[in-house]
Design a protein around this ligand. Structure first.
Ligand SMILES: *[C@@H]1O[C@H](CO)[C@@H](O)[C@H](O)[C@H]1NC(C)=O
Ligand SMILES: *[C@@H]1O[C@H](CO)[C@@H](O)[C@H](O)[C@H]1NC(C)=O
Ligand SMILES: *[C@@H]1O[C@H](CO)[C@@H](O)[C@H](O)[C@H]1NC(C)=O
Ligand SMILES: *[C@@H]1O[C@H](CO)[C@@H](O)[C@H](O)[C@H]1NC(C)=O
Length: 943
């Protein structure tokens, strides 16, 4: 087998799929044919549909609720048949992280600002359903820093503008996108009020937390990470990453699907994984693999060496930009080539997390010696590390880039020369005006010449050489055009990658040691993103050097930006005015505006933290670092930037030594210490969950009602009514709206009947654990275009009575009268975010089949998984072409033995007859349908 693998030269990400398929080959979900298709990846890519059974599932509290509620209900169902309910547990190991998504829903404002408000709504646009949540919106200048009035009032500072003014260009958009920090440190201590709030939230969510605690005890294969350990992606990256999994039978590669939109980050550690919707993750827990079109794999070859002044952030953004231009939507990206080893694990995970920027499914970095080195700094024992290395080498999942003969064959190769990634600054007036550092001097001179505009100050030639002497603390200094008067190291966004702040610190250290100083009139400041940034700057020993150069910690967080710096000395302001000088501010935020720092400072540049330190030492931006010294020591020695710039190796080593290990210690410490509220929370100690009938959040769903031991043969649908008559492009948002519960909705009536006030309704998202609310919320979108109604409305026509009712109420009447239901729809039914209830809701409304012109692929799978028949009109036919009015009754006759993509005949009460195709495309589809869906199928296998 290994010989075959060697001959085939499969990409390593494909080998992970292959291993899983072989290990899980059961002839039902995964067949020999699937294994063969993956082996024949060269021929089958982009064609074959293959199963992927991941090693584990990652859930957040928000998305975990419905899945766990279903499993708990399944226990009740099998117990009724005298079967040991303890047999029911997820089949795939599941980590459920109680981060704060439960709490987010209590504050409207927080919902808007939350990175993933849908809590697991994942776009299903491409083959493998990667995450969709767009990167967080850029913080607005106004809210981020501008809430603080600038304090250099003496010189007449204007208020910072409250809007960015110019929408950034597309490439710029990436460059200004705050990177989500893979290895982001939490503040060491939280203020008391924050703790109080947290406690309040925990009490409010007590019921759901108790349920989770019960889950962690009652189910095998469920690992609940208590509140306050960290956000889901952090815990995944820093605590749950196993790289290799070990169970009683096998050692195998770690892989994961998660409902967190940042799941793709994990590919930076050589763990294949991506985001899926809530229903898909539940299906995986129940043993069903994810289905994906065997992807094309783009090899991204990194060559060349990183430019000295280039920071990790430059590299991440540079690579992202290349990939974006390459057009790799829906493909896997796999990195290889001699340059890969220059990227640290924080760099890799940041790149992997950016893949929605270029629409790749994953950006995979195979395990190599950098990965091993990373895990040495974590909680892995020596034994575990040795196992990891020898296993990955044995199964050819370990990469050594020195030997190109080991390079896999890729679908296509993109080469990125790392030396082509140049460090830039932006300015002097707008963030989108980028200037390569090596042409800074030239660019600044040109700006002096140009007429006043974004890139011009229009200083006449004869005045460009103006020098204005002034006294500061008894010493004479001179200011000229380009003089730096403000230098602020801010790590609002740059703390994503600790190496960037460490580079600034190491540069400060070397500069001090070389005898350089920062001129005392320059307003220098340091605003680390959090206490942990200070902590690692301190433990790595660079903090004293930064402060020696004047970069003293002035406060935390972005709110402390430059507005808090002390006013410029009067002598400096006078000198600038006197010489009409273009003075400069340099800062490492991600936005700036003209006049933002101070209106006497006309040129403002954004630069990386180490470059801010460099320009502060130089005292001017009118400098060519290559040709001119950064400074001259007191004994007259010229020191160049290259003499004091720390090497990348040195930076990365410091990062591994001081940051990675302290993050792991912190995370593990939080895990062990736990949370006193959680630790003291009592929870039922029993095998079946004691449902609280008063609860409006958690309720046993009725999926298992009347579960018989054996499935009944498929029953024809006789004299069904159409519940809805829909047009094209009905999205999951129409089917199962998220967001708040309207006061005049079926769900609101239910909640009022439970004595809740509208204030307590909360959102549909928060009530996913209550099937009564979610069923009432199905099709409750005010944007629903139902042809029975004629205008957007969450209502429908109850045909027998001619009344217009809420969709739920109409369905309830039909159910009471024993009338089966279907839905008529147009093209693209079920596109959009994959939501938990898009198939469960219609099922509980009593919908047996949906006849549409076409279905979104993933949604079709979800319908089958709930036992609803997806039926497609024949090509070229539609409700209109067949002249259906929707009010007729429909009879669909099923044969005893259904086959794949079988044509069925539909007869209407008006005497019309037409054919539709039943979109069952695999044996397992047919089995699920016969059993009334995946949930009932799994319950029956236990019976
Ligand atoms: C990368 O680019 C640099 C500078 O442009 C060049 O010297 C080097 O040869 C290139 N490396 C490769 C492998 O192409
Ligand atoms: C990514 O996909 C979205 C939606 O499918 C599309 O609008 C966008 O243009 C794509 N971007 C790239 C870089 O392919
Ligand atoms: C490290 O991991 C092991 C399990 O691998 C765990 O038992 C232990 O508590 C962890 N803690 C520390 C501080 O290493
Ligand atoms: C830095 O570390 C030293 C010694 O561990 C400690 O005394 C000092 O308070 C720390 N400084 C900061 C700012 O954290």
């Amino acid at each position: 087998f290994l010989a075959l693998l060697k001959k085939k030269k499969l990409p390593l990400s494909i080998r992970v799929l292959l291993e899983a398929a072989i290990r899980k080959c059961d002839g039902f979900y995964t067949k020999e044919e699937d294994v063969q298709n993956i082996l024949d990846w060269q021929q089958q890519q982009n064609t074959a549909e293959v199963p992927f059974p991941p090693a584990r599932v990652l859930l957040q509290d928000f998305t975990g609720i419905p899945a766990m509620v279903d499993l708990a209900a399944m226990r009740d169902a099998v117990a009724k048949h005298g079967v040991d309910p303890g047999l029911i547990s997820p089949m795939c190991p599941t980590d459920l992280i109680v981060d704060h998504s439960l709490q987010i829903d209590f504050s409207k404002c927080a919902i808007q600002n939350a990175p993933n408000p849908g809590g697991g709504d994942v776009q299903n646009q491409s083959q493998a359903h990667p995450r969709s949540t767009p990167p967080r919106p850029l913080p607005r200048g106004g809210s981020q820093c501008g809430s603080q009035r600038s304090s250099c009032s003496k010189s007449g500072c204007s208020d910072p503008p409250t809007s960015p003014g110019h929408p950034p260009a597309s490439v710029q958009q990436i460059e200004n996108t705050p990177l989500l920090c893979p290895f982001h440190l939490q503040p060491v201590s939280e203020p008391e009020t924050a703790l109080k709030n947290q406690e309040m939230e925990l009490i409010r969510n007590k019921e759901r937390l108790q349920f989770f605690k019960w889950c962690s005890k009652a189910f095998k294969n469920v690992n609940v990470i208590p509140p306050d350990v960290g956000a889901v992606h952090q815990v995944n990256l820093e605590y749950l990453s196993r790289v290799v999994q070990v169970n009683d039978e096998f050692i195998y590669p770690d892989s994961v699907v998660g409902t967190d939109s940042h799941t793709t980050m994990i590919n930076g550690l050589g763990i294949l994984g991506w985001g899926v919707g809530g229903i898909e993750s539940e299906a995986v827990m129940l043993g069903q693999p994810v289905s994906l079109t065997l992807p094309r794999v783009v090899g991204c070859k990194l060559v060349g060496s990183v430019n000295p002044l280039t920071t990790s952030i430059d590299i991440v953004l540079g690579i992202t930009k290349h990939l974006r231009q390459a057009g790799i939507a829906g493909k896997f990206v796999e990195f290889f080539g001699p340059g890969v080893s220059q990227l640290s694990t924080p760099d890799r995970t940041t790149i992997a997390n950016m893949c929605p920027e270029y629409n790749a499914t994953v950006s995979f970095f195979p395990v190599d010696h950098v990965t091993l080195k990373h895990f040495k700094k974590t909680n892995f024992t020596q034994e575990k590390l040795e196992l990891l290395e020898s296993y990955m080498k044995a199964v050819k999942l370990f990469r050594s880039y020195e030997d190109p003969s080991e390079d896999p064959h890729y679908s296509e190769v993109i080469e990125i020369n790392l030396s082509s990634i140049m460090p830039h600054v932006s300015g002097p007036k707008r963030p989108q005006d980028r200037v390569a550092v090596n042409s800074m001097k030239e660019d600044f001179r040109r700006c002096l010449d140009e007429k006043v505009g974004f890139k011009g100050f229009h200083i006449s030639k004869e005045k460009q050489g103006t020098q204005v002497p002034f006294l500061h603390c008894g010493q004479e200094y001179q200011l000229a055009h380009g003089s730096v008067v403000i230098a602020a190291v801010i790590s609002c966004t740059n703390n994503c990658n600790p190496s960037v702040m460490l580079t600034a610190g190491l540069l400060a250290k070397k500069a001090v040691e070389a005898g350089l100083v920062v001129k005392p009139y320059i307003r220098t400041s340091l605003a680390p993103g959090s206490g942990m940034v200070t902590h690692y700057l301190n433990t790595s020993g660079v903090l004293p050097y930064l402060s020696q150069l004047g970069f003293e910690v002035i406060g935390y967080g972005c709110a402390t930006c430059v507005g808090n710096t002390a006013p410029l000395p009067d002598a400096v302001v006078d000198a600038i005015k006197h010489g009409d000088l273009v003075a400069c501010g340099v800062l490492s935020g991600n936005r700036h505006f003209e006049g933002r720092l101070c209106d006497c400072v006309r040129a403002n540049y954004l630069a990386s933290p180490p470059l801010v330190v460099a320009y502060a030492i130089a005292g001017t931006v009118d400098i060519d670092f290559e040709k001119e010294p950064l400074g001259v020591t007191s004994d007259g020695k010229e020191v160049y930037l290259r003499d004091v710039w720390p090497s990348r190796e040195e930076v990365l080593q410091t990062e591994e030594d001081t940051v990675i290990s302290s993050i792991f210690r912190d995370r593990t410490g939080r895990m062990e210490k736990g949370n006193s509220f959680w630790n003291n929370l009592d929870c039922p100690d029993c095998v079946v969950f004691p449902w609280d009938h008063k609860s409006t959040y958690i309720r046993s769903p009725s999926f298992f009602n009347k579960l018989s031991k054996d499935p009944q043969p498929p029953q024809s649908i006789e004299n069904a009514h159409a519940l809805l008559f829909l047009g094209d492009k009905v999205t999951t948002d129409h089917i199962s709206p998220a967001g708040s519960i309207a006061r005049v909705s079926a769900a609101a009536k239910y909640l009022l009947s439970k004595r809740l006030t509208p204030r307590e309704f909360n959102s549909y998202g928060a009530r996913r654990g209550n099937d009564a609310v979610m069923t009432r919320g199905t099709f409750a979108s005010i944007k629903l275009q139902n042809r029975f109604i004629g205008k957007p409305s969450p209502k429908t026509l109850h045909i027998p009575s001619g009344q217009t009712l809420d969709v739920f109420e109409a369905a309830e009447r039909y159910q009471r009268d024993g009338i089966p239901l279907i839905i008529l729809a147009g093209k693209g039914y079920g596109s959009g975010n994959s939501r938990d209830w898009v198939a469960k809701g219609p099922y509980l409304l009593g919908v047996r089949a949906i006849i549409a012109e076409s279905f979104e692929k993933l949604h079709k799978t979800q319908l089958v998984g709930m036992g609803i028949m997806p039926l497609q009109f024949l090509p070229g036919e539609s409700a209109d072409s067949l002249e259906l009015c929707g009010k007729e009754r429909f009879t669909i006759t099923l044969p005893d033995d259904m086959s794949l993509r079988q044509q069925l005949t539909v007869k209407t009460s008006q005497g019309k007859t037409f054919c539709v195709t039943a979109l069952f495309e695999s044996e397992s589809d047919l089995v699920f349908y016969r059993h009334g869906g995946l949930l009932r199928y799994v319950a029956r296998t236990m019976l």
